[in-house]
Design a protein around this ligand. Structure first.
Ligand SMILES: [Zn+2]
Length: 128
């Protein structure tokens, strides 16, 4: 599992909670004293890491528990599929929707191999 997925999932949850509260990214930025671009990066798929203190501050501003914002491993695995290279062990996680589509094509054609960005061999397959 790629580390950035944890941050991506937290970002998704922050966005969901913010929308539930009916506040804008600007308002959340003001409430937490972080910049708008920082908040926007956290919520987007751009990789943006942040500290536990930051997460705590955002959870407080949204009036939710930090526990609600942090996914466990199982929850992340439900959201992503893994593309795995059986030649060099390189792997990358892809969103579930894309994984399902690839799996569907794989079932139809019986072979669906992607070129590995690490070893350049066409040996990557969906793991699930
Ligand atoms: Zn490879």
């Amino acid at each position: 599992m790629n580390d950035y997925l944890v941050y991506q999932e937290i970002g998704k949850r922050i966005k969901k909670e913010r929308k539930k509260k009916g506040i804008t990214q600007e308002q959340l930025a003001n409430l937490t004293s972080y910049s708008l671009s920082f908040i926007a990066n956290i919520e987007s798929n751009t990789y943006q890491s942040f500290s536990m203190q930051t997460l705590y501050n955002i959870a407080n501003a949204l009036d939710v528990s930090v526990h609600d914002l942090i996914p466990d491993k199982k929850e992340i695995e439900l959201e992503y599929y893994e593309l795995y290279c059986d030649n060099c062990d390189y792997f990358v996680s892809i969103p579930k929707e894309l994984g399902k589509l690839s799996k569907y094509i794989e079932d139809m054609t019986n072979t669906l191999h992607f070129t590995c960005p690490n070893c350049d061999k066409k040996r990557m397959q969906i793991k699930k």
